[in-house]
Write a protein that binds this ligand. Structure first.
Ligand SMILES: C[S@@+](CC[C@H](N)C(=O)[O-])C[C@H]1O[C@@H](n2cnc3c(N)ncnc32)[C@H](O)[C@@H]1O
Length: 218
């Protein structure tokens, strides 16, 4: 991987991302956001960890819908500041996955549910997923929403570059993403000690998959 790291590119794009998320400028989110929110709410969690929470929409929505208390972590200080400003009641922490993996106590907990909405784009996810497993209650669940593996071209795990074509001319910084096949996701979940319980496949109005949600237990 060359160029900016994931952390550097999210810092560079933070202000633009806050606008996009809050102004609903990604049409697919009209489907994928209710999908992850409903999947999380159906588990009726009391305490939730939101990994890569960004500007915090999911934490806010989940608290509003279920009353859950949410801890959101993100590597971007600008995004955590925006989340906290909008929602001072929940707990938002500047924390990169690699730092959480090195010291899982920094995640807090225990949690009934950990969620990651389009937020796991590092190559080596096993350490942070192992740390998450340690923070979950015995009945705890992990929900990961990510790009549907069928949309990968080529069909193999590897680094890609998000060039933000849909926002061309707006000054976005290219961002590295490590994308996984179905087998890649199954392997990383298993390596971290998770059992895949269910997959949900949100689709557009033509029936084409927009994303996949993995529901896993420990
Ligand atoms: C596409 S955004 C999604 C944000 C939010 N989950 C949402 O649904 O709007 C991905 C987020 O993951 C965070 N992220 C990516 N890699 C990270 C890492 N290694 N440690 C912590 N946060 C990370 C980014 O800073 C960014 O806020």
């Amino acid at each position: 991987m060359s160029g900016k790291t994931i952390r550097e590119s999210w810092d560079a794009n933070a202000a633009r991302w806050i606008d996009v998320a809050r102004e609903g400028r990604m049409p697919s989110r009209a489907v994928t956001s209710p999908a992850i929110l409903n999947a999380a709410a159906a588990l009726a969690p009391d305490r939730v960890l939101d990994l890569g929470c960004g500007e915090g929409w999911l934490a806010r929505a989940l608290t509003e819908k279920t009353g859950a208390r949410v801890t959101g972590i993100d590597t971007s200080a600008a995004l955590i500041k925006a989340a906290h400003t909008e929602d001072p009641e929940n707990d938002y922490r500047v924390l990169a996955y690699e730092d959480a993996a090195a010291d899982p106590a920094r995640l807090g907990g225990p949690y009934d549910l950990a969620i990651a909405n389009f937020a796991l784009f590092d190559e080596d996810l096993t350490p942070v997923l192992r740390a998450i497993a340690q923070t979950l209650t015995p009945q705890g669940r992990l929900l990961i929403q990510t790009l549907h593996p069928s949309l990968l071209d080529p069909q193999e795990d590897g680094w890609r570059t998000e060039k933000w074509d849909r926002f061309a001319g707006e000054g976005w910084t290219d961002m590295p993403l490590y994308l996984r096949t179905m087998e890649g996701w199954q392997a990383v979940l298993a390596a971290a000690g998770f059992k895949l319980e269910e997959t949900i496949e949100p689709r557009d109005s033509d029936g084409a998959p927009l994303s996949i949600i993995f529901a896993a237990s420990i």
